[in-house]
Design a protein around this ligand. Sequence first.
Ligand SMILES: Cc1cc2nc3c(=O)[nH]c(=O)nc-3n(C[C@H](O)[C@H](O)[C@H](O)COP(=O)(O)O)c2cc1C
Length: 394
Amino acid sequence: MLKNKTIVLGVSGGIAAYKAADLASKLAQAGANVRVVMTWEATELVKPLTFQALTGNPVVTGMFEPAPLSAITHVSLADEADIVVIVPATANIIAKIAAGIADDILTCTVLATTAPIVLSPAMHNNMYVNPVTQENIARLKKRGFTIIPAVHGRLASGSIGYGRLPEITEIMGTIQQTLGKNGDLAGKRIVVTAGGTQEVIDPVRYIGNRSSGKMGYALAEAARDRGSAVTLITTPTALGIPAGMETVKVQSAIEMKDAVVKATAKTDALIMAAAVADYMPETASAQKIKKGAGGLTLELVKTPDILSEIKGKFLKIGFAAETQDLIANAQKKLTAKSLDMIVANDVSAKDSVFGSDNNKITIIKKDGKPQALPLMSKREAADKILDNVVKLLK
Ligand SMILES: Cc1cc2nc3c(=O)[nH]c(=O)nc-3n(C[C@H](O)[C@H](O)[C@H](O)COP(=O)(O)O)c2cc1C
């Protein structure tokens, strides 16, 4: 997704400039060609050499630096960019861009580019909530800029308020989403479920399973990065909530069913990657169950079968996690639940177990023969699944 993309990373003179070094590093690691442009004030906070070392590219800091190319630097950067991202964006740079001022290399590049522009404001709370800053942000949004809102938290001054730079993963997610806006799922809506449900026994215990949610999250992110609007319905997981999608948090199979019914009122596809419990305690104890002398028997009843019960004109894609007779069991599930496609994975395999970053899947479409794929990352597997979704949606 980010491979071979040219990302012009503008760094302005906010205290969060040091965090932009982490972003530059992560973008470069993902294969992007990162061209850093710094304002003079930013160079007072972080040395250009840091960015040069992390990106392997020279850093541009001045309008009148001799360009190695027979080109004007800000114009060539503006043309080269697949996307321009300003992290952090100071109140000053936001105001200058909103007013069309072009008195340094960064504002000139912004004015000269036709690439999408993402700004991540970060500043002291009072500067951020100041009506003039908010008006400038609103103006830029209206002009098609993507603004990542500053978050609430501890600020450099020690006070608590709005103005903090969001996590770098959130900024990465927004960059990927912006780059993929016109992808092959543009204009589509996809609902993805992820994680293992938790069926309550009492206020401190539940019946769970070993699903990590990684496959579902990878699918949601991949769909987002191909232009789809995504609703992610997730149980509690150890994963960070991805940027650029609607997220619905649930715990039990019943809660998940309610969320799926609501989300699929308007969708093109439902991908049920969550591991939904088949059974739940008949009643959840209101108080913690105390240890007694003997054993404990729990009466279990069936949970709703979401994929079988859900109605609507959208693609239904299920997952079959099996430990034996993988393909036969998956095919049975495909027919029994009237699915359009099923993704079978052998959870007894050593190299693609729950929690792993990799998966070895077999895709089976209605009327199609099984398509067995080699071991790959869950993100790559997600894209293979979505390749099939794109074809089915045509
Ligand atoms: C230590 C220090 C930290 C600063 N942090 C911020 C900040 O987080 N956000 C902001 O908008 N301005 C901040 N400023 C003020 C800007 O540096 C100042 O407005 C400057 O003119 C911005 O220039 P630029 O937008 O061209 O980079 C800070 C200034 C100093 C001295």
